[in-house]
Design a protein around this ligand. Structure first.
Ligand SMILES: Cc1cc2nc3c(=O)[nH]c(=O)nc-3n(C[C@H](O)[C@H](O)[C@H](O)COP(=O)(O)O)c2cc1C
Length: 209
């Protein structure tokens, strides 16, 4: 059965641009995969604790040597990693916050980057263990960070996500960015007009498939 993991990270609820786009993606995915399963992970309503020294020590302790306290410490991370392993495809809603990804998404990355589970150095070189997966990132930014602009160097969202997911073995990556969302706040454009081309870009992913 095809499985999609849908991860949202915007705190803005119904007003969120990235959430609007992931919703559109999920609707199209369901239509293309009527028997498919969607796992939903909303990072704004998931309580994730920052990693600690004990957590790192537990992750680097071989599985069969872990104490029950270490296993308990890793349990929330195990749940998130299992979701990544169970899905063939991922879609992420990513708002730009302070030129980077939201802190809840960074925290999630800290919890799913697990030695021996999602990456390995067993052969002396890094190897991503999330193989054969496909990821789509639906990003919303207030400003415009197109490569041709002087602001491009301030965009740490796409380069970071490319690096992390590539490291974890996910090489089929698609990025769709709804840039310039600040125009909505200034009343320069209405929401429907702003969203339309980005909704079309999401739909096009399914037409091309
Ligand atoms: C806390 C916060 C920080 C932000 N930082 C930036 C930023 O550094 N650059 C930018 O272009 N827009 C920034 N924005 C604007 C958002 O990227 C924009 O509103 C976008 O639509 C957010 O995605 P969302 O609508 O899915 O939440 C920020 C918004 C918030 C709430």
């Amino acid at each position: 059965m095809a499985t999609l993991l849908h991860v949202d990270s915007s705190p803005l609820g119904e007003a969120s641009i990235s959430r609007h786009l992931t919703k559109e993606f999920v609707q199209n995915w369901k239509a293309a995969n009527p028997n498919g399963k969607v796992i939903t992970r909303d990072l704004t309503s998931t309580s994730l604790k920052p990693i600690t020294g004990e957590w790192v020590g537990s992750a680097y302790t071989p599985e069969d040597a872990r104490t029950s306290a270490q296993r308990e410490l890793l349990a929330p991370s195990d749940v998130l990693v299992a979701e990544l392993e169970a899905a063939d495809e991922y879609v992420f809603g990513v708002p730009m916050h302070n030129f980077a990804i939201p802190s809840v998404l960074k925290l999630w990355i800290d919890l799913i980057a697990r030695v021996g589970k999602t990456f390995s150095y067993a052969n002396g070189t890094p190897e991503g263990l999330l193989k054969g997966k496909k990821a789509t990132f639906l990003i919303a930014t207030g400003g415009n960070y197109d490569p041709s602009t002087s602001m491009a160097a301030y965009n740490f969202v796409e380069p970071y996500l490319r690096a992390v997911f590539g490291f974890l073995g996910v090489t089929e990556l698609t990025f769709i960015t709804a840039g310039g969302a600040a125009a909505l706040n200034y009343g320069k454009v209405d929401r429907q007009t702003f969203l339309q081309p980005h909704v079309e870009s999401v739909r096009a992913q399914f037409q091309a498939a």
